[in-house]
Design a protein around this ligand. Structure first.
Ligand code: PXP
Length: 259
């Protein structure tokens, strides 16, 4: 299993004080030394964490391929394409959200993404789209000639947290999912089946499959059982653990957990 480490939260910490450290660039050699395969960063339109200067320096100096998450906005795509990362992952973006919520709707945004797909082919940059695990979305991804899909694991992670987390139930609760434990178990299995079916379909039609969002050292165990998922992109749980154990150890532990 390939591991992409999302280092946005290092910049979140820096932005809490609006000073120069911690510098996310300092993470890239540690991420490689710890055995990860990819650096993932998200240049958001509101620049709330990673900024253009970070992105340029990370792409120029990273010993690992850089996967840049980006909204489908024309101006953002122009900026990110010029930076020439290894891969661009298109994500939905809303200014008011705390983090990316849900996958990109490839049906609604088909024409725009088709244009982006052509531009990135010319620039020889891999294209990935972050989507919900739905057959429709996978089929649309094929029509858009993407190299990768990244399956949104957030719904699965939320249900898992409602069932097994010691933290307050309400923190993770999704109103329509305020169910008894039996029903939550059923929902958990359903969410895993959706991920499994989507990964199978994508693999069958020649698209590489990544997954991510909300994955941690515990809930990742079900995800690694799913055939055809080749890569996981994980941020929050690794950076959170690194506060106590150091970044290199936190990544090594995740590396071990997904072996
Ligand atoms: N993949 C995508 C497309 C994301 O937007 C994010 C969050 O930035 C992640 C993976 C990582 O999610 P988390 O920080 O919850 O591990």
């Amino acid at each position: 299993m390939l591991l992409g480490v999302n280092i946005d939260h290092i910049a979140v910490l820096r932005e809490a004080r609006k000073i120069n450290d911690p510098d996310p660039l300092d993470a890239v050699s540690l991420v490689k030394r710890a055995g990860a395969d990819q650096i993932t960063i998200h240049l958001r339109e509101d620049r709330r964490h990673i900024n253009d200067y970070d992105a340029a320096r990370i792409i120029e100096n990273s010993p690992l391929p850089v996967n840049m998450e980006c909204a489908i906005d024309k101006q953002m795509i122009d900026i990110v394409t010029k930076l020439n990362p290894h891969r661009i992952t298109l994500v939905p973006e809303k200014r008011e959200e705390v983090t990316t919520e849900g996958g990109l709707d490839l049906i609604k945004n088909f024409a725009r993404i088709e244009e982006i797909s052509k531009e990135l082919k010319k620039a020889a940059i891999e294209l990935s789209v972050f989507i919900d695990p739905s057959m429709y979305q996978v089929k649309m991804a094929k029509s858009l000639d993407v190299d990768w899909i990244e399956l949104h694991t957030g719904t699965y992670a939320n249900i898992y947290a409602m069932l097994f987390s010691n933290l307050s139930y309400t923190k993770h609760s999704i109103k329509e999912l305020e169910l008894d434990r039996h029903s939550l178990h059923v929902k958990l299995q359903e969410s895993l089946k959706e991920l499994k079916d989507a990964a199978f379909e994508a693999h069958k039609i020649g698209i590489k499959v990544a997954a991510g969002h909300g994955l941690n050292y515990q809930n990742v165990q079900n995800i690694i059982q799913i055939p055809h998922i080749k890569e996981l992109n994980i941020g929050q749980s690794i950076i959170a653990r690194s506060v106590f154990t150091g970044l290199e150890n936190a990544i090594k532990e995740m590396r071990e957990a997904i072996r």
